[in-house]
Design a protein around this ligand. Structure first.
Ligand SMILES: Nc1ncnc2c1ncn2[C@@H]1O[C@H](COP(=O)(O)OP(=O)(O)OP(=O)(O)O)[C@@H](O)[C@H]1O
Length: 789
């Protein structure tokens, strides 16, 4: 339990005690106590006289209780003053259960309002208890209303106000009230179930549990299997150690329907669920930073204000316990059928899915649970179930289950955080919120290129807009330039307004956003040429990368180039190799000179995302895809086929073993337009950033450095092979065969060339060769040096 939780629980308990004291004092109000209190001054609680007075008081809550009740009942709202005491209790409950504090706030307003209405009603009545119920304030309000709108008018108005307020309260608080009722009901049922058992049964349970807690669980499992219902449940069948799904429809029936508890103790055996607290990102006003800057050519530039993004209401953090319990029960029920014993369970409620972390009994094989993915999805009648077995770095298995209350993550909310405002990343791109509600920001410069795939409508274009918007909010036009290639013609046209600030200009082309495949090839070759020229400049300056160059010669600082291709398939179908070659070249070499690619496709098939493209894009995002095969193509594993669409995504950074589930924020076209128009309305830069003309006649691969000093003899795949070997740190011929789809003799020949270029060591029998180059930066330098020899 962390400090924050302890603090909240303590405040909750304190408020509960205050509510008890408040309500109790008023309930035990005794009119005669006022006479005794008049002997004391109002602040006198101690001393001999106070002790004597306490002895005479009838109110069991002492001097303070008697005074409080006298003040509120006689001078304020009479007995009706008790009602706001319920709100204090509700505050306490919400605090202790770590719930959102909005419902208690509504409830407080409602109870105070209703207390005023009821007190006035009692003030209007002529009943003998009217005075005590209404108090002075109630009487005054009643007198005022009956004077202004008459006796009948006052009643009509008060009834209308009371009914109206109650209807609004039921709308706003209905779910919470139901939940509160179900929590109380659940506790009562559990209590009744326990004590409904015969005393000898209870004794039996206790003795089993006392001797061995695990036996207790087994005992209840065997009781469950003795019940008539379990006759319908087929035993899971194993074939050669593999679990086979039971085919009997009756098993489905059993799972779908709520199983009758066999007896009261069935519920007791379920592990308690711990709800993990969501991460509370520290908010920060993005507009409270230096918004006005001067570009290098002394043109004033103003960053877009955060107010250009819609001010959307924060969604409630309220965790619907009943939905959570429902999912947990279904999950545990299913696992119980397959005899998978769970020791502990915790839940993290994310924007779209809940992650249940299950700690399994030591004798349960992890593979047993992974094989249940489809089965669980069917049992829960839900899409989007994903099993992470095990969760990296944890002694637990994760099961992600969509919850019934999906929340939209808004762009504004992910940018207005301290993490983004104070980021030190070179090219910060916000990707969304994790299941723990944390804002996930990554550095495009470190990725260093990003491949995005997802079925149509899954959220790729929104995702690209989110990334570009993050860059526009964090980088000035001096720092980044954009190369936008949009074969679909409709996705990136809003960025046309950035032409005077962020879009590059291609020599020989009029457009700044490229839409035709032939021009896309030209544009990509221009970028390759730019890369070559940048390498030359880096070399002249004697530095290794763009960051060092910009530090060394700030007056000639090079901007980072972000190349976005929204939709690769359209280009690959029409231009094939001509597109693949420059993309591969850039992906392999461009990082050091500050050129980064974001490539998206809705067709993650092997003819679009070729082995060579994939090998050079270690960071990948998968939105929802149609099939497991597509998921494997993009992520090398399943999972993306189980996503929910609308920005639900898996991000696989180059440095992590397993992808992370993130909900991409939503940004509308209108918001993108507002931002780009705002930038476009400012004075443009004096000089556009111009990319050089490509050497159209020269084949792209002519930039390939080869091995052994003999350029002509080098294989065309030499450089790809070098990158692959360095990336995997494994000098094996079979790796080249597999990843580059080469025959053995060609792969072996390339391996010899790599040895001649001192990229790998000499052959040592059947062992993989030693890789002599540690990282891609060193490889890039080496390749350039060999090329010049
Ligand atoms: N992060 C998100 N949050 C909420 N809704 C989203 C999100 N992303 C996308 N959507 C919804 O899905 C719709 C389609 O999204 P988008 O245009 O990004 O899909 P796409 O993958 O680019 O499709 P296509 O490949 O056909 O262009 C959006 O109009 C929006 O309604």
């Amino acid at each position: 339990m962390n400090k924050e939780t302890i603090k909240k629980e303590f405040s909750g308990i304190l408020l509960g005690v205050i509510a008890f004291f408040y309500i109790g004092s008023l309930l035990f109000y005794y009119p005669g106590d006022a006479g005794h209190l008049s002997e004391l001054r109002w602040f006198e609680f101690f001393g001999r006289q106070a002790m004597e007075v306490v002895g005479d008081l009838k109110n069991p809550f002492g001097i303070f209780g008697a005074r409080l009740s006298d003040l509120l009942i006689c001078n304020f709202l009479g007995y009706v003053s008790i009602i706001p005491g319920l709100a204090i209790a509700y505050w306490g409950w919400s605090m202790a259960r770590l719930k959102s504090l909005k419902p208690p706030l509504f409830f407080t307003i409602y109870t105070v309002f209703m207390a005023l209405v009821l007190a006035t009603m009692f003030g209007l009545s002529t009943a003998p208890f009217g005075d005590l119920m209404a108090g002075t304030v109630g009487r005054m309000l009643a007198a005022f209303l009956s004077t202004v709108i008459g006796f009948t008018g006052a009643w009509i108005l008060l009834i209308a106000l009371g009914v109206g307020a109650s209807l609004i309260a039921v709308r706003l608080l209905g779910e919470q009230i139901r939940h509160l009722a179900s929590s109380v009901g659940g506790a009562v049922n559990a209590f009744r179930a326990r004590y409904a058992k015969r005393p000898d049964e209870r004794r039996g349970d206790r003795s089993v549990a006392a001797s061995n807690p695990r036996k207790k669980r087994r005992a209840s499992q065997s009781r469950a299997s003795d019940a008539p219902l379990s006759a319908e449940v087929p035993e899971p069948v194993y074939d050669d150690g593999e679990l086979i799904m039971p085919s009997s429809p009756s098993s489905m029936h059993y799972v779908q329907s709520e199983p009758e508890p066999v007896n009261g103790s069935e519920q007791d055996d379920e592990p308690e669920i711990t709800i993990r607290e969501a991460v509370h990102e520290k908010e920060a006003d993005l507009d409270k930073r230096r918004l006005k800057v001067r570009t290098r050519d002394q043109v004033p530039y103003r960053f877009p204000s955060i107010d250009l993004l819609q001010r959307t209401r924060d969604e409630d953090e309220y965790v619907d316990q009943s939905l959570l319990d429902e999912s947990k029960n279904k999950l545990l029920e299913k696992l119980r059928i397959y005899k998978i014993e769970v020791l502990r369970i915790s839940a993290t409620v994310g924007p779209r899915v809940t992650l249940f972390e299950l700690e399994l009994a030591p004798d349960v094989k992890v593979s047993k649970i992974t094989s249940l993915e489809n089965d669980l999805a069917m049992a829960m009648a839900a899409r989007g179930i994903r099993i992470i077995a095990p969760i990296p770095g944890k002694n637990a298995v994760g099961v992600e289950i969509p919850h019934g209350k999906p929340k939209t993550v808004w762009m504004r909310s992910v940018l207005q955080v301290e993490k983004f405002k104070n980021t030190r990343l070179t090219l910060p791109v916000v990707l969304g919120r994790t299941i723990a509600n944390e804002v996930y920001i990554d550095d495009l410069a470190a990725m260093p290129h990003l491949l995005i795939a997802g079925a149509t409508g899954a959220g790729k274009s929104v995702g690209i807009n989110v990334m570009l918007t993050s860059l526009l909010y964090s980088c000035s036009p001096d720092k980044i330039k954009l190369v936008l290639i949009d074969p679909k013609r409709v996705e990136l046209f809003h960025y046309q307004s950035l032409k005077k600030h962020f879009l590059v200009k291609f020599q020989g082309l009029d457009e700044q956003i490229i839409t035709e495949p032939a021009k896309a090839v030209y544009a990509l070759r221009s970028v390759v040429k730019e890369m070559e020229l940048r390498y030359m400049r880096l070399e002249q300056a004697g530095v290794r990368n763009i960051a060092d160059f910009n530090r060394k010669i700030p007056d000639e600082a090079l901007p980072y180039l972000v190349v976005v291709i929204d939709e690769l398939a359209d280009l690959m179908i029409t231009a094939g190799k001509e597109v693949e070659e420059p993309i591969t070249r850039l992906a392999q070499l461009a990082r050091a000179v500050g050129i980064h690619l974001i490539v998206a496709t809705q067709r993650p098939s092997v003819d679009i995302i070729t082995g060579i493209i994939k090998a050079n894009f270690p960071a990948r995002i998968a939105f929802q895809v149609a099939s497991k095969v597509d998921s494997r193509t993009i992520l090398d594993g399943s999972g993306a086929d189980q996503l929910l669409g609308n920005g639900d995504m898996l991000y696989q950074p180059a440095t992590q073993p397993k992808p992370e589930r993130i909900q991409c924020p939503y940004i509308s076209s209108a918001e993108v337009e507002a931002i780009t128009s705002f930038i476009g309305s400012q004075d443009g830069l004096k000089q556009p950033y111009e990319l050089p003309k490509p050497d159209v006649n020269e084949k792209i691969s002519s930039f390939s450095p080869g091995g052994a000093g003999d350029r002509g003899a080098r294989d065309a795949m030499f450089e790809d092979a070098a990158n692959l070997v360095v990336m995997h740190q494994q000098g094996s011929v079979s790796l080249l065969q597999r990843r580059l789809k080469l025959g053995f003799s060609r792969a072996a020949r390339i391996m010899d060339q790599l040895e001649a270029a001192a990229i790998v060591g000499a052959a040592d029998g059947s062992k993989p060769r030693e890789v002599l180059i540690d990282n891609r930066d060193s490889l890039e330098l080496l390749l350039r040096n060999i090329d010049e020899e």
